[in-house]
Ligand binder design. Structure first.
Ligand SMILES: [Zn+2]
Length: 408
């Protein structure tokens, strides 16, 4: 299911390959976020052309709209959105805690009112498994409680313990549904994609910013034996050192032969630092979210194409970039589209940004294979200037952009 193909000597970085029903995922991997059944502003065909091997579907958003029964009617999320490669779905927990109104958490599950029409709903660990099964995801996530930042130690401890009990219930629910009758039939292997038995289930480590809680949470989740392990509750507003520390505390408890996934991360340097700490998979809204305010990623940091300095710039967003945008268009043209609020502008930056993230992972894999990852990481991080505005956007805070320079 998961194979480590190469291990870096200077760091914990690994090059691996994950096998799912809908195909392979080479790791380290970046997972573009398809919040509402679409990776914002791109089509599945474009994602395939960008060589995205896997995307993320947000269970909460799809549950609220259009509703799981609609997606089931279309034969699952793959068919609904016409994406035939792997899909990872989250459990919906994070969005319930960050978006829904009037939520009430009990041992049984979470009662909430959705943020669209206020309809009351309930999600339990068992229901979260049913929903992800109906979506047809290749990698399902357990329902967890993502503790906020900052968070009292007492709360973080009790929350992580409940997350472990919920994880056990998720695993039991999946096993109960994976009856022999629903597993792969040798005469009809194509039925495999539709059975729960072939779905991978990842556990989630919590524990907020407390090292011992991160360790005990990791241990409890690993004892339940999942197909992979995620580190949740990171990049929720904590300083970067605390985020690194949370990962460093949990990582030694995670088995080496299973994939590790840091949820909701991060800036390009953060991804490389996390890879060096033994993480294999990432998802993040930054490339698509920042694109929509005119921000593009480059090897030396982000640039905001709204700025007047790019008005007469005939160079591509990044020299030598082979993305569809840089092959065809100049910064000055993309800037014009963004200023004129033309939809094409944000689409072009989105394509470049997704290419940047996917290509960074591709480069990391090659460098690990060559045994030169650590040097690559150091040089990249040194040459990349992180702007506060990007960090703020990464945790979904309100971003106050500098006022536009007066036009010419
Ligand atoms: Zn480009």
């Amino acid at each position: 299911m998961f194979k480590v193909l190469a291990q870096d000597r200077q760091s914990k970085a690994r090059r691996g390959r994950l096998t799912t029903v809908h195909g392979l995922v080479d790791t380290p991997a970046f997972i573009p976020v398809g919040t509402q059944g679409s990776v914002k502003a791109t089509s599945p065909r474009e994602l395939r052309e960008l060589d995205a091997q896997i995307i993320l579907g947000n269970t909460y958003h799809l549950f609220v709209r259009p509703g799981i029964e609609v997606i089931q009617y279309f034969g699952g999320l793959h068919k609904f959105m016409n994406w035939n490669r792997p899909i990872l779905t989250d459990s919906g927990g994070y969005q319930i805690f960050s978006l829904a109104k009037l939520r009430k958490i009990t041992e049984k599950g979470v009662h909430f009112q959705n943020h669209v029409d206020g309809k009351p709903a309930f999600i339990s660990p068992e229901i979260a498994m049913e929903i992800q099964s109906a979506l047809g995801s290749d990698i399902a996530m357990v329902l967890d409680e993502c503790a906020p930042y900052p968070c009292e130690r007492d709360y973080a401890g009790r929350s992580a313990e409940m997350t472990a009990r919920w994880a056990a219930r998720c695993k039991r629910a999946v096993e109960a549904n994976a009856s022999p009758a629903r597993t792969v039939s040798p005469t009809n292997p194509s039925a495999a994609a539709d059975t729960t038995a072939n779905r991978l289930l990842f556990g989630i480590v919590q524990g907020a910013t407390f090292e011992d809680l991160r360790r005990s949470s990791a241990q409890a989740i690993v004892d339940l034996d999942f197909d992979g392990y995620a580190i949740g509750g990171v990049s929720v507003g904590e300083p970067e050192e605390e985020m690194m520390c949370a990962v460093e505390s949990a990582e030694p408890c995670l088995p080496k032969h299973k994939p590790r996934y840091a949820m909701g991360l991060g800036t390009p340097p953060q991804l490389l630092e996390m890879i060096a700490r033994g993480i294999d998979m990432f998802d993040c809204v930054l490339p698509t979210r920042l694109a929509r305010n005119g921000t593009a990623f480059t090897a030396s940091g982000t640039i905001n194409l709204k700025n007047a300095e790019f008005a007469l710039d005939k160079s591509p967003i990044e020299e030598n970039c082979v993305c569809p945008t840089c092959r065809e268009f100049a910064r000055g043209y993309v800037r014009h589209l963004i200023k004129a609020e033309e939809i094409l502008g944000l689409r072009l930056i989105t394509l470049h940004n997704l290419h940047f993230y996917l290509d960074l992972m591709n480069r990391a894999r090659t460098e690990i294979e060559r045994g030169t990852f650590d040097q690559f990481r150091r040089e990249f991080v040194m040459g990349y200037k992180v702007r506060d505005v990007d960090l703020a956007a990464s945790v979904g805070k309100a971003v106050s952009l500098p006022p536009n320079k007066p036009g010419r």
